[in-house]
Ligand binder design. Structure first.
Ligand code: PHE
Ligand code: ZN
Length: 876
């Protein structure tokens, strides 16, 4: 029996006993036998109370230790202890030089943490605890050091060799090898270290900061992808400008580099001066990339760039503080994307993700506060909660303080803590100090998990012309937290008169932020002459579930009149949810499904309004996803949800066929593709119309879709047509174009990934057999996380009816894959478990089947910490 992994606790945090002032690394890169020589200038930490002489370094068990010396004295085996997690050296002096030589094998590294090879390119991934797979070190973010890195490798295979900072020397070595030394002047924790070596090509540009620093911008990729880097470059320059204008943050080195690699566990990584990107988040071209892909590139490039301040210059004290950098940086990148495109569309997209995936997480066995109190494996905490809820919490501070005070707060935070490793508490304190606001109660958002629920009721008293809104808050229990203290919640509201005009509120404006502190609170508005319709939680001012007894008429009224664009969309969502839920009940009771015309009529009004942003029209017309309806259900009835949603789509298609045709035709296409907001909006509305038209089952529309597939001059339109045809159950036509699509794009891995995921998410019966066959296709590779996500994760998370097949086949399939991946790539394996962890939300028969598979994973033995944590917590 191997020992069960143990949790570590925030309350046990201690400052490091030793510090590393300088880190000099030398890499001799060689397939399967790479030498890493480290020379660390170390000393006792004067701030530490542990007066210890024992130096404990982290180091993965795969490190082969060749040599260790302290102050040039080679140590014998009795001077140190090598154990599974590291190295213990007894009796070190106050100040010393520690030198180690280790051997590692990048080619055996399938976990993609530490140093590995991605399609012949050496690269590293050190966040969170990957540096210990490269060398023995104090691998914790509060140990910050100045790095100097020398790389030596074969010149032909690895002409480009990169690390953080600036290149300071280079030369030739024996046997056709060459070397280069990079120096990074900014002290940094090991998780921000990076090294890349390979046959890479680059595009170059240049940026002059507001302070006059000339910065060289280099984006590297494989030669064949060189034509797909322009959009990332433009996005980078936009992000650099925006961070100067909005946050007063300038770049701080003479060179900024991005490298694209195909094997990557996450989206991208903010290593100092050398960001490493998943190809899926940096490559973009009209032929191969959808609008969504372009937007992702823009957002992720900005996100990683923004980390240079929110994460690198000011970093995290420990990994419990992860949301300090991630929540803040997601908030920053979403404001950036909102500013450059459409703020309302961006808000709708963010809220949709939050309410679907994060709310589900917050209601499940892995629920945790944005500042967790404990974890077993930190890699499991790169979650929707840390990122997206974390961003919402920062957004609420922004809402409470206002833009100006928030900026003063962020300025104070950056200046007070520049070069430090700090806590979320330091962030909140800076916001308080700069604004004079008291955020004591607000801090509950950091410590409590779960999604708060607001129940709103109102009353109007005509005699005293008084309108009262009563808001009650509660928060469901989450693992380890039965009782929750009341939150401080900003609730932005407006009041509409019967004409649909905004009333002027006590603050003199038409939107006012009510601050909720108590478990129940009443807000009074006087001088009101008729009962208003409240527009609640405008812009989704807090990550909560809000209930108010809106009638369907209220909702259609808000859909056309609310001055808050977000809430117009929200009214449409609420109306659709309301109708879908009622029909789901009908379905469950065997009653005939009948859709009255109210939703269609409301949609008709929206389609006819030429003043509306087409992107918003598309969003309003898109029914809430099956995943969102599931999240709102007490017991998730997969089949009822799917059948009813399809039924409603079909009814709407029949009712609005003429309107959909007209809108489809009105959204004319440009000859030249452009990923600007207006063009994206036209394409999205056009494709929503097409998808409805296909529901009519009419041959004409199949032909229209096929025509679009063949004639499209961009990936968005051709892929949308492919998706629509395949998912509408035209099996023959679907097979033909799937084949054509693959033939055309087999050289473009990112397009092939889309091809895999269109098939894996197909709700038609029998798809699992097809998915299993695709696992043996040349296009699939279990070692490449993008392939695993496109095929396996798409099937398990994007195909509810097939994944939850009542014979348990979907669950069995997933467990089989997790057992394999647990050994190859624990991080990816553990992420894949998610759909099984939600077993409590389903009916008893499915619960039993899902638990059985979780148990089978447990029994398969030798679980990684990653998978162990998720599986054991979800069975607890
Ligand atoms: N820190 C990365 C980000 O920008 C995410 C990441 C985490 C990447 C861990 C790799 C490994 O969000
Ligand atoms: Zn990040």
């Amino acid at each position: 029996m191997t020992k069960q992994p143990e949790a570590i606790y925030l309350k046990d945090y201690q400052v490091p006993a030793f510090l590393i002032d300088h880190t000099e690394l030398r890499f001799e890169l060689e397939a399967s036998r790479t030498l890493v020589k480290a020379r660390l200038t170390m000393r006792c930490n004067p701030d530490s109370h542990q007066k210890t002489r024992v130096l404990e370094l982290q180091g993965d068990k795969a490190l082969r230790l060749c040599r260790v010396s302290v102050n040039d004295q080679v140590l014998n085996e009795q001077d140190y202890k090598r154990h599974d997690q590291g190295l213990e050296i007894s009796h070190v002096p106050d100040e010393f030089i520690l030198e180690t030589v280790v051997e590692i094998d990048p080619d055996q590294n399938t976990a993609l943490e530490g140093l590995y090879r991605s399609d012949g390119i050496y690269c590293t991934q050190c966040e969170a605890e990957g540096f210990r797979r490269i060398t023995f070190y104090l691998d914790r973010p509060d140990v910050m050091s100045i790095f100097s890195t020398t790389i030596e490798a074969d010149k032909t295979a690895y002409p480009v060799m990169l690390s953080n900072g600036n290149p300071v020397a280079q030369g030739e070595a024996d046997d056709g090898r060459h070397w280069i030394t990079w120096e990074d002047p900014h002290p940094k924790p090991a998780y921000l270290f990076a090294l890349v070596a390979g046959d890479l090509k680059r595009v170059e540009d240049q940026y002059t900061t507001s302070g006059g620093r000339d910065v060289a911008l280099h984006i590297y990729a494989a030669n064949k992808d060189l034509n797909k880097l322009d959009y990332a470059m433009q996005s980078l320059k936009n992000a650099m400008r925006w961070d100067e204008e909005v946050y007063g943050r300038e770049y701080d080195l003479d060179i900024f580099m991005i490298v694209a690699v195909d094997f990557f566990n996450m989206g991208a990584m903010e290593n100092k001066g050398l960001n490493v990107f998943n190809t899926s988040c940096v490559l973009a071209s009209p032929d191969t990339t959808t609008d969504l892909g372009f937007q992702r590139v823009e957002g992720v490039v900005a996100h990683e760039y923004f980390h240079n301040w929110s994460g690198n210059r000011v970093t995290c004290r420990d990994w419990f503080q992860l949301s300090l950098k991630e929540g803040f940086t997601v908030f920053r990148d979403s404001e950036f994307s909102a500013d450059l495109n459409s703020p309302t569309v961006k808000r709708v997209e963010d809220v949709t993700v939050l309410r679907t995936a994060q709310f589900a997480e917050d209601a499940g066995p892995m629920a945790h506060p944005i500042l967790p109190a404990s974890f077993i494996e930190i890699a499991n905490f790169y979650t929707m909660t840390i990122y997206e809820k974390g961003a919402e919490v920062v957004r609420m501070i922004h809402t409470l303080l206002g833009a100006d005070a928030f900026r003063q707060g962020s300025d104070l935070y950056f200046s007070r803590h520049d070069g430090q490793a700090v806590t979320t508490e330091d962030f909140v304190k800076a916001m308080e100090d700069a604004s004079g606001r008291d955020l004591t109660q607000f801090r509950n958002w950091y410590h409590q998990a779960g999604t708060p629920v607001l129940a709103v009721s109102d009353e109007f008293d005509a005699a005293s012309q008084t309108y009262r809104l009563t808001v009650a808050q509660s928060c469901p229990a989450t693992p380890g937290q039965a009782i929750k203290a009341a939150y401080h919640i900003p609730v932005a509201i407006g009041l509409l008169d019967s004409e649909g005009e905004d009333l002027v509120l006590p603050n003199g404006k038409t939107t006012q932020v009510l601050e909720l502190h108590d478990s129940e609170q009443t807000f009074e508005f006087t001088g009101i002459t008729e009962k208003p319709v409240p527009s609640l939680l405008r812009g989704f001012s807090a990550p909560v579930k809000l209930h108010y007894p809106y009638t369907r008429d209220n909702l259609t009224f808000l859909m056309s009149h609310d001055s808050d664009g977000f809430n117009r969309w929200e009214a449409a969502q609420k109306l659709a949810v309301n109708i879908l839920q009622a029909l789901i009940e009908d379905f469950q009771h065997g009653r005939e499904l009948v859709l009255d015309s109210q939703l269609g009529d409301a949609f008709k009004v929206v389609l006819a309004n030429v003043d509306l942003d087409k992107a918003m029209v598309a969003k309003v017309l898109s029914l809430p996803s099956e995943a969102y309806i599931s999240e709102l259900s007490d017991v998730i009835d997969v089949d009822a949800i799917h059948t009813v949603r399809q039924f409603v789509r079909q009814q709407l298609a029949l009712q609005l066929e003429a309107e959909f045709v007209a809108s489809y035709q009105a959204c004319t296409l440009e000859d030249i593709y452009s990923p600007d907001a207006a063009s994206i909006a036209r394409r999205s509305l056009r494709n929503v119309c097409l998808s409805y038209l296909m529901e009519t089952g009419k041959q004409d529309f199949l032909e229209l879709a096929l025509k679009q597939f063949h004639e499209a001059n961009n990936m968005t339109d051709s892929q949308a047509a492919l998706y629509i045809v395949v998912h509408s159950g035209y099996q023959k036509a679907g097979e033909v174009i799937l084949d054509q699509f693959y033939q055309r794009w087999s050289d473009e891995p990112l397009v092939v990934n889309q091809w895999l995921s269109v098939q894996a998410s197909n709700p038609q019966a029998g798809v699992l057999t097809h998915v299993e066959a695709l696992m043996n296709h040349e296009a699939f590779n279990m070692r490449n996380p993008n392939k695993v996500r496109s095929l396996i994760a798409s099937f398990c998370a994007q195909n509810p009816v097939n994944f939850h097949a009542i014979d348990g086949s979907g669950y069995r399939f997933l467990a089989d894959q997790i057992i394999v991946l647990n050994k190859l790539n624990p991080q990816i394996a553990s992420r894949l478990v998610t759909p099984l962890t939600r077993w409590k939300r389903y009916s008893a028969d499915r619960q039993g089947l899902m638990r059985k598979e979780l148990q089978r994973i447990t029994d398969s033995g030798d679980l990684s910490r990653d998978v162990f944590e998720v599986v054991s917590k979800s069975l607890a």
